[in-house]
Design a protein around this ligand. Structure first.
Ligand SMILES: Nc1ncnc2c1ncn2[C@@H]1O[C@H](COP(=O)(O)OP(=O)(O)OP(=O)(O)O)[C@@H](O)[C@H]1O
Length: 377
């Protein structure tokens, strides 16, 4: 665990960048530092690897003051990734990634083998190994930056706005990749961003800082969204807080109906038997994949015309997707019903906005009961 204990940083010109900050950063999780420009995020991160020394307070790594070990030893245990990757322009991709192992005295062959392994791990084609950084896209360069930081297998990874310079689509890819790598490697990651959505997506815990380097709230993302500590945090979280919170509620328990699902070859008797179940029937192809919605009386036996069906919107996968995705599916659907599919895209049920609304209320009361129970403990 990294423990930041009442740390203040005052720069020589008198600027207080960080003000009596205390944080317990858990092992093998992603802790995000988020806040407006100039609130002291980078300064805090740099105090962890001693690129900046605190004016007051201390930082402990596994119970030991970080000032008690040589700074080089400390930094070797902490990979560091920055915006724009900060790659060495005159070195190939492979040699960039192999930098730290080489500094640690590994043979060239061993370091390069490790670098090649890491390229695959971060989703880079090894044909890029011999290229130079300027021959890569921004997103690819960021992946190289992550691979380089992981090369010596440090337990801690410090990441300072690593994905800020790329477009939103590439950024989403990099975030997903980081979550996947973290699932495999379980590093202790401290991640700085000014983007609250990125913080909520990546953080196991999120520290919201306010200008002047003071901590506003330190909590798991779902808790930030449900119970912002004050109006600063609430404003910083922005609009749609309620909708975004639904991302943390699973859709697995939604009660699905199967009666309104009919295959495209359904006969008159079958259509008639299903019709009372819902105002709309979902027509699927012969493999069970949804084609679209129709009012029951528009379907005539043996002559279902897929071209005349209503769009079925965006389906969700129960157990994988959240209530937010399910609600989105229902809102997008012209019928107000969402379609649930399995991993292969076959319809497994349908659910109305009303039932999703009830599930949301149930989820809220479960969270409230849990909070009450914890408060009473
Ligand atoms: N070397 C320095 N000397 C004086 N003041 C500094 C120095 N470095 C940073 N600061 C100031 O300290 C405050 C915090 O800066 P810091 O870079 O830690 O913030 P940040 O939250 O990372 O900001 P951003 O999101 O804009 O990168 C700012 O007011 C900044 O101007």
């Amino acid at each position: 665990m990294i423990r930041i204990d009442a740390v203040t940083k005052r720069y020589p010109d008198g600027t207080v960048a960080v003000d009596r900050l205390s944080l317990e950063i858990p092992d093998r999780a992603i802790t995000v530092l988020v806040g407006p420009s100039g609130c002291g995020k980078t300064t805090t991160l740099r105090m962890i690897n001693r690129m900046v020394e605190p004016s007051e307070g201390s930082i402990l790594l596994d119970g030991r003051d970080i000032r008690q070990q040589p700074v080089n030893t400390l930094r070797r245990s902490m990979g560091y990734v920055i915006q724009n990757a900060g790659l060495f322009q005159h070195r190939t991709i492979l040699d960039n990634i192999a930098t730290v192992p080489r500094l640690l005295g590994w043979s060239k062959q061993k370091a390069r083998a490790r670098a090649a392994e890491l390229m695959e791990r971060v989703g880079l084609d090894t044909v890029l190994a011999k290229r130079y950084p300027y021959q890569l896209s921004g997103g690819q360069q960021q992946r190289v930056g992550v691979a380089r930081a992981l090369a010596a297998d440090p337990p801690v990874l410090l990441m300072d706005e690593p994905f800020s310079a790329v477009d939103p689509v590439v950024r989403k890819g990099l975030q997903d990749e980081l979550l996947r790598i973290q699932d495999e490697l379980g590093k202790t990651i401290v991640f700085v961003t000014h983007d609250i959505d990125e913080a909520i997506k990546l953080g196991t815990k999120v520290a919201v800082l306010r200008t002047g380097g003071r901590l506003a709230q330190f909590a798991p993302p779902a808790e930030l969204l449900s119970a912002p500590a004050d109006s600063f945090v609430e404003d910083f979280l922005g609009a749609d807080r309620g909708i975004r919170r639904l991302s943390f509620f699973p859709s697995a328990e939604l009660e699905l109906q199967t009666a309104p699902i009919v295959a495209v070859d359904a006969d008159a008797a079958r259509l008639a038997s299903r019709a009372p179940a819902a105002p709309f029937l979902l027509v699927t192809d012969l493999d069970g994949r949804p084609l679209g919605w129709s009012e029951p009386d528009r379907l005539t036996a043996g002559a279902i015309d897929p071209g005349r069906l209503l769009d079925f919107g965006r389906p969700f996968v129960p157990g994988t997707d959240s209530l937010r995705t399910a609600l989105d599916g229902a809102v997008l659907s012209p019928t107000g019903w969402a379609v649930a599919v399995d991993g292969e895209g076959r319809a497994v049920g349908v659910v109305s906005q009303q039932v999703i609304g009830e599930a949301i209320r149930a989820a809220h009361s479960r969270v409230a009961e849990q909070a009450d129970a914890e408060a009473g403990r």
